[in-house]
Every structure is written in C-alpha cells, then in structure tokens.
Design a protein around this ligand. Structure first.
Ligand SMILES: Nc1ncnc2c1ncn2[C@@H]1O[C@H](COP(=O)(O)OP(=O)(O)OP(=O)(O)O)[C@@H](O)[C@H]1O
Ligand SMILES: [Mg+2]
Length: 287
C-alpha cells in the first residue's frame, strides 16, 4: 500500500516554456524553484542513503551536486523524481512552492521535472528519431518543430543518425540523444546523473558545451557529477555530498577555490581522487 499524496491540481505537460524567457542561464530571482528540506531517504527501511539533506535550486541556474561513489547523488535525484517508493522518509520537497514529496513519478514528471539517469534511459532498439519522438509524446503545442530544430541544431549528429538504432550510437551520441529527448519535454527542471560518465574527455566537453546552450535557454539544471572540473565550469552554484550529507555549499567559484575541493575533487596540489588520496583526505579534512 502506498501512502502517496496526489497533487491537488496538475499543471499541463508543457508548463511554462523556458526557452521563451531568454533567461541567460544565470539570472536568478524570486523563491527557489526546488526546495529540499532535511530529507532522509532509506533503503530497506534501515540503510540511510540521505541524511538530512537540504538544498535550494533557483530558477534558471545550473546547480551541481558533487561527491564520491556512494555519496547518495543518484538517490537524491531518484528521491526528487518520486522513483523511490515511500521516500523521503522525512523532510520535504517543494517545487514551485508546492510540496511534491510522496508523489508518484508520473505526477512529478508532469510538473516538468525531467530526469536523465546515469544509463541515459534510452530505448536501445528504437531509432534515434523514435527515441526523440517519445520525448514529444503528449505534446500538442505549436513549438514542436522549433524544439526539434533546436535539438538537431545543438546535436547535428543526431539528424545524421536519425534512422539508426540507439544502441549503435557511441556513448557520447547516446548522451546527446538522451539530452535531446529530455529537452523535447520542455523541462522546467532538468536533472542529469553524471552526463560525462564513460565519455572520452573531448566528447564530455562537447556534452558540456551543450549543457551551456541548454542553460542559456533558461532551463534550470540539477547536475550530479563526479567530474568536478567540468561541472564547476558550467554551474553557478553547487554542493558537495558525502555519505548522504551536504558538507559544503557555495558558488562554483567558492567551491573551486576551496582547498579540500581542489585537492580531492579537482586533483590540484599533488593528491588525486585515488583511494589513498581519499583516505588521507578523510583524515585531515575540516568538515
Ligand atoms: N537499490 C539500493 N538498495 C540498497 N542500497 C542502495 C541502493 N541504491 C543505492 N544504495 C546505497 O545508497 C548509498 C548511496 O548510493 P547512490 O547510488 O545514491 O550513490 P552515488 O553518489 O550516486 O554513487 P555513484 O557515484 O557511484 O553513482 C550507497 O551506500 C549505496 O550502496
Ligand atoms: Mg550515482
């Protein structure tokens, strides 16, 4: 039995059209779009994955959550998306001022919260075009053609590969397809789980250039990464998550200037994110 609350009133699938705002990817005003207050998420009712996490994501910004393996980054995104049944166990999640914790994933998605999982979530046996069409599912507005052009403009390779099965694409192309499909849903909040994972550095940089383009349309992005250098290069603000807790939060510049972040996440100053470096860091870190 689920005790999930349902939304009192659901918004249309498109909601506000972010692209029409000309937000510039950094202009922020008003209350946060997403407010996470002291959430606790457990697996099997006993394993704490998130332990009192609070974050505020403002409209139009890229906010990055950095952290090592097992920190709880994916769990955070899945909790927001409503994919973990009866979670968060405690705390609140509010989107655009309304509480959404406990909602079914479909209801969360209808608000314009689009989640691209680490494995990209593509239909591998469908073609590129068919995958993109799924992103357009349920949309009947006049902007479909414009949005498709936007995606093909951002990733011309997708047009070339339109009739190819998704599983025949390279890792980078698959990530582009996942991002393109997500954009066709006109997200109000785009949640990305490690978009650089498994990509060659050059390809990862291409994907990040595209994130910059997406941000310039005014789309709010919650970006989970292990690659701090790439993420801090595009983000306005961010947080470090370790063992299910936020240990540091600030602007991308503040995080990038922090001694611990530089040493462990950016590999500056002799050490790197190796197991040994991590152990030494845990001993002497200040948070
Ligand atoms: N389905 C699950 N069942 C039980 N425990 C889980 C499950 N998924 C994750 N966990 C645990 O929750 C904690 C957080 O995992 P999570 O996947 O959120 O971390 P992450 O920061 O995304 O790590 P990574 O960088 O490796 O993707 C880990 O200790 C993990 O073992
Ligand atoms: Mg993860």
């Amino acid at each position: 039995m689920s005790s999930r609350r349902e939304p009192e009133r659901e918004e249309g699938s498109g909601g506000r059209a972010p692209r029409d705002q000309g937000g510039g990817g950094g202009t922020v005003s008003g209350p946060p779009l997403l407010r996470i207050s002291s959430i606790e998420t457990l697996y099997f009712d006993r394993i704490y994955a998130l332990f009192g996490v609070s974050l505020e994501i403002e409209e139009g910004e890229i906010f990055t959550v950095l952290g090592p393996n097992g920190a709880g980054k994916t769990t955070l995104l899945r909790t927001i998306a409503g994919l973990l049944k009866d979670q968060p166990k405690k705390g609140e999640i509010a989107f655009g001022g309304r509480r959404i914790d406990g909602w079914q994933p479909e209801a969360v998605a209808r608000l314009g919260i689009v989640y691209v999982p680490e494995d990209r979530g593509l239909f591998r046996e469908l073609t590129v075009e068919e995958n993109l069409r799924l992103g357009l599912w349920g949309r009947h507005d006049d902007n479909v053609a414009t949005d498709r052009d936007f995606v093909y403009g951002m990733f011309p390779i997708l047009r070339e590969r339109a009739r190819q099965q998704a599983e025949t694409l390279s890792g980078g192309e698959q990530q582009m397809l996942a991002l393109g499909r997500a954009m066709l849903r006109r997200p109000r909040l785009l949640m990305l789980d490690e978009p650089s994972l498994g990509l060659a550095p050059r390809v990862a940089r291409n994907v990040y250039e595209a994130l910059g383009m997406i941000a310039r349309t005014g789309t709010t992005i919650l970006l989970v990464e292990q690659n701090a250098r790439l993420a801090l290069g595009v983000a306005r603000r961010g947080a470090i998550l370790e063992s299910g807790r936020v240990v540091l939060e600030g602007t991308a510049k503040e995080l990038g200037d922090d001694e611990n972040v530089r040493e462990v996440y950016l590999g500056v100053g002799g050490s790197d994110a190796s197991a040994k470096g991590w152990r030494l860091y845990r001993k002497r870190r200040r948070w």
